[in-house]
Design a protein around this ligand. Sequence first.
Ligand SMILES: *[C@@H]1O[C@H](CO)[C@@H](O)[C@H](O)[C@H]1NC(C)=O
Ligand SMILES: [Ca+2]
Ligand SMILES: [Ca+2]
Length: 359
Amino acid sequence: MAICRLLQFCCVFSLGYLLATIVQIIFFSPISPNTLYIPPASSVAAFPANKKLQSVIKLGEGFLENPEDVSVDENGVLYTATRDGWVKRLHRNGSWENWKRVGGDTLLGIATAKDGGIFVCDTEKGLLKVTDEGVSVLASHVDGAKIRFADDVIEASDGNLYFSVASTKFGLHEWYLDLLEAKPNGQLLKYDPSTKQTSVVLDNLCFANGVALSKDEDFLVVCETWKFRCLKYWLKGEKVGETEIFVENLPGGPDNINLAGDGSFWIALLKIIPERWAFVHGSKAAKHVVASFPKLIGFVNGVKENALVVNVAPDGGIIRWFDDPNGAVMSFVTNALEFEDHLYLASLNSNFVGKLPLK
Ligand SMILES: *[C@@H]1O[C@H](CO)[C@@H](O)[C@H](O)[C@H]1NC(C)=O
Ligand SMILES: [Ca+2]
Ligand SMILES: [Ca+2]
């Protein structure tokens, strides 16, 4: 009799616990997800592995903690921002320098400024300018709202700065929640230095990431990571102000993008969806579960498993690609920049910048 009671109690207790957990997961979930459309795998099959990224020369190894982006100024000095809050630079003579300290661990995309210094995206503070004199905040708010996830920036020759906001809802350390939510929480912003005003150029972008200008500055490209595509926004000509697709069905989520000397672009792609966990992205219930147990995200997120960068022509056609198919030397490559016949690769999972000869 007593055992029966005990069993009954255990059953009721377990059921109650299960219900409470479900209620907790669904009603207190940090996300309100959409399912994610993952483009057909045929695009992956079109890119057989070549392991080219396994032969990079490692620059600044041990000195650079997870550099996300690199930029080169007109004197050939290479800049990067690292997780220890520093903007570091590599001089022509091969020596690295801790140049300026911003602080925090949230520095992402950078771009060299035409009048000296560099622009830095800080996912906490907004858009910064760093010069020999120090650090200043150019833009921290847009339309009265705090800019919380500035990701990448580019300067046009008229002085205007275009920069992306990956998410208006989640911060850098919760980026995977934005992926699980799969909603267009991102923006493309413009900062006008003559008025010091920041305005929204494009809204409803799915994790707005890398930004680049075309060679003639007739269009701007902004990458939407969770959509596996980049958009083209016309700045000049008869389509001015219009948006169209630049490249889609990419074999990974596009991160940073850079213009090359010949007018093509280099795009770093993130393997955000490992095949074995792809089902999570099609199930809202599974997304709530993963979002509630952040330890699961390690399985759902494949960015540390490989590296892939693609070279895309001005018309959006893919010309060539380089990869490290198992992440043996580089993974989570977030940026590829061409400079003097070499590709410079930054990664959120490396303590160096990779340098790869192109010829
Ligand atoms: C390299 O160049 C920088 C900048 O001109 C200079 O500060 C540094 O001392 C040089 N380092 C070496 C080893 O020559
Ligand atoms: Ca950049
Ligand atoms: Ca980025």
